[in-house]
Every structure is written in structure tokens, then in C-alpha cells.
Design a binder for this molecule. Structure first.
Ligand code: TYD
Length: 214
């Protein structure tokens, strides 16, 4: 893997619910700031005013909710705004962008578990966001049993429209992420998300290694 040298660097964290993406995004950003880098931490769906408004529609849908196609389009629309208004400008100005989820979440949730297929998601991404790929995509993996414990502790009975889907759906999401990573070994860094946040962070720093040196 090589980094976009002259410009900033775009790093995405991916994985199912409760795998530690938000914590690891924060820890990586702190480590990069300690090295003197300018860092923007953001998330999907969201990251801009428009995309945050779409997030609310997706996670707390009005009426009877979205069908699979509408859901995929809304994620792609949120991403298009996020890429155009925040991610691309930040990369252009030399900032590290650390994003909690990106297009591979749409590929795993809507394309894989949701049954729309990868080609449809890639088409939406090409149209909406010029097909932008992160420089590094870090897939965090945690055992299903450990995940249920973490999620029960974090969310209790309160979950959103997507987080609250069946165990079978979330198993399909995890499998899709793994299939995407296995079919593109250069495009993903798979990290064992078991253990303390500090242990997982150390694995990530080691895996990124010299790639982060500017
Ligand atoms: P969030 O609370 O950010 O999830 P997490 O549990 O990772 O903290 O909610 C985002 C939800 O949206 C999560 O269930 C995953 C889902 N999602 C998709 O289905 N497709 C996507 O493209 C993205 C970015 C998220």
C-alpha cells in the first residue's frame, strides 16, 4: 500500500457494531496529533450538516422506514456530501482524515447483508463520490460472543433502525466485510479487535507502521 504522498491521508475504520471503531479512530487521531499532524476525525453516515440530517432519517426513519434501494441511496447521498464538502478538501490541504465507517460499510450492510450486491453500491459510489477510496481501510474484527456483551453494555435495549436488525443480518454483515477484505488483501488491513483499546491501538500503529511517517 502506498500513500497519497503530497497530500493528506485518508484512513477509514470499518467493522460491525461494537467493534471499537469510534474508540480506535480517536486513539489514532491522538497519536497522529502527537506526531504534529493535522487531523480531522469524522464519521458516516454524517460528518457535514447535510449528511448528519440524512443520518437521522436513516437511523430513525419516519413512517414505515426505507426499502433497501432507498436506504442505499440515502447512504450514498450522505457520503457524496461528506466527500465533496469535507473529506476531499481536507485531503487536498494536507490533513489526515480519520473516518469512522466509509463506503465498505455500504458494501457490507446494503450490498452484502441487504442483498443489493456489490456492483450496485459501487455504481452509486462512482456517481456520488467519484469512487473515492481511503488510502488505508482498517477492518476491526471481534468475536460474535464478545460483541453481544459489548453491545448490551453500550446500547441496552436502545438501538437504531439498522443496529437493531437480527443477529442473522449482523452475522451476514461480518461475513461480507471478511469477504471484501479477503478478495482485496492490498485494500484492507484486518485487525484483531479483541483486548483492551490500548492493545488494539498498538496493533493498528504497528500495522500502519512507516506508512504514517511523513
Ligand atoms: P452508528 O451509531 O454510527 O454505528 P456504530 O454501531 O458503528 O457506532 O450507526 C451507523 C449505522 O449505520 C450502523 O448500524 C451501520 C449502518 N451503516 C450502513 O448500514 N451503511 C453505511 O454505509 C454506513 C456508513 C453505516
Amino acid at each position: 500500500m502506498t500513500r497519497n504522498t503530497a497530500k493528506g491521508c485518508f484512513i477509514a475504520f470499518e467493522g460491525g457494531e461494537g467493534t471499537g471503531k469510534s474508540t480506535q479512530s480517536r486513539l489514532l487521531a491522538e497519536a497522529l496529533r502527537d506526531r504534529g499532524e493535522s487531523v480531522e476525525v469524522t464519521r458516516e453516515p454524517g460528518g457535514t450538516a447535510g449528511a448528519e440530517a440524512i443520518r437521522e432519517l436513516l437511523l430513525h426513519p419516519p413512517g414505515e422506514g426505507w426499502n433497501a434501494q432507498s436506504e442505499a441511496l440515502l447512504f450514498a447521498a450522505a457520503r457524496a456530501d461528506h466527500v465533496a464538502r469535507l473529506i476531499r478538501p481536507m485531503i487536498e490541504q494536507g490533513t489526515f482524515v480519520v473516518c469512522d465507517r466509509f463506503v465498505d460499510s455500504s458494501r457490507a450492510y446494503q450490498g452484502g447483508a441487504g442483498g443489493l450486491g456489490d456492483a450496485a453500491i459501487q455504481t452509486l459510489h462512482a456517481f456520488g463520490s467519484g469512487g473515492l477510496r481511503p488510502d488505508y481501510t482498517i477492518l476491526l474484527e471481534v468475536d460474535e460472543e464478545r460483541l453481544s456483551e459489548r453491545l448490551a453494555a453500550r446500547d441496552g435495549d436502545v438501538s437504531d433502525a439498522i443496529g437493531g436488525r437480527s443477529a442473522q443480518y449482523h452475522r451476514a454483515v461480518a461475513r461480507s466485510f471478511r469477504d471484501l477484505a479477503d478478495s482485496d488483501p492490498d485494500g484492507f488491513i484486518i485487525i484483531d479487535g479483541m483486548g483492551s483499546p490500548e492493545e488494539v491501538h498498538a496493533r493498528i500503529v504497528t500495522a500502519l507502521g512507516p506508512a504514517l511517517d511523513t
